[in-house]
Design a protein around this ligand. Structure first.
Ligand SMILES: CC(C)(COP(=O)(O)OP(=O)(O)OC[C@H]1O[C@@H](n2cnc3c(N)ncnc32)[C@H](O)[C@@H]1OP(=O)(O)O)[C@@H](O)C(=O)NCCC(=O)NCCS
Length: 216
């Protein structure tokens, strides 16, 4: 393997997932300009993120998006990883789907987050892209459960979870950029994933060589 082969030395970049017309591959530096243009107004930034004085909220949100992307590679550890995927629908970039794990090799639990260009919503892409990363997690990385949390008024995010077989797992109060809110937590077990048979609709490849990155 040539020493300059980035995917060889950072194998998660080689992962490819397809669910029907929806394809996922890890976000690369060259995707950032297009994603900055697509980033919708209703994607809330992490309330623990610092807002820089002198930048308006929109510029801060885009800066936080960039910094979170760079941090994901810069702080990657088998004990804590966050992998953002570029989502395309029939070849057109439409959003981002992440997969994340904390102490994954011990706990076998994954979390996720996502957003789509508003023009691409409401036609099942949200379900397909989540199903894609769940297929990677359950069928290739050995996850035992997937969790997801959304504000209780986020019907689309909760709709994706319910459609994929997640069950209610309680609520909590949380800080958010627009003030305190109630989060609804959902959980999908391996048994429910396998029973639903969603994995059969997804193809994931390029996972060879990724074991050390996920602590496996
Ligand atoms: C969350 C998001 C990725 C979902 O993607 P999507 O493509 O719109 O969702 P889908 O078309 O796959 O729909 C999934 C389910 O939710 C339901 N749903 C979607 N939008 C809905 C809405 N606005 N109100 C009520 N139900 C909705 C759908 O009917 C579907 O359920 P069903 O299959 O049982 O009918 C997208 O709406 C988005 O980017 N939202 C803004 C960012 C965000 O909130 N991200 C999640 C943060 S936790």
């Amino acid at each position: 393997m040539p020493p300059g082969d980035v995917e060889h030395h950072w194998p998660p970049l080689a992962i490819r997932i397809r669910v029907g017309d929806v394809a996922l591959r890890p976000v690369r530096e060259g995707d950032l300009p297009g994603l900055l243009d697509l980033l919708p107004d209703d994607v809330e930034h992490d309330p623990t993120s610092e807002l820089f004085d002198g930048l308006d909220l929109e510029d801060n949100r885009r800066r936080i998006f960039l910094q979170t992307y760079w941090r994901s590679a810069g702080t990657w550890s088998p004990n804590g990883w966050w992998l953002p995927f570029l989502v395309t629908h029939r070849g057109r970039a439409v959003g981002v789907q992440t997969l994340e794990g904390e102490h994954f090799s011990e706990l076998r639990v994954v979390d996720s987050s996502s957003w789509l260009d508003p023009a691409a919503r409401g036609r099942g892409t949200g379900v397909s892209m989540r199903a894609g990363i769940l297929a990677l997690a359950f069928d290739h990385l050995g996850a035992e459960a997937a969790v997801s949390s959304a504000r209780e008024d986020n019907a689309a995010s909760l709709g994706v979870s319910r459609r994929l077989g997640y069950e209610d797992n309680g609520i909590s109060r949380s800080r958010s950029p627009s003030g305190p809110c109630t989060l609804r937590h959902m959980v999908l077990t391996r048994k429910a994933w396998e029973t639903a048979g969603r994995g059969r609709t997804a193809e994931a490849r390029g996972i060879e060589g990724c074991g050390p990155w996920f602590g496996l």
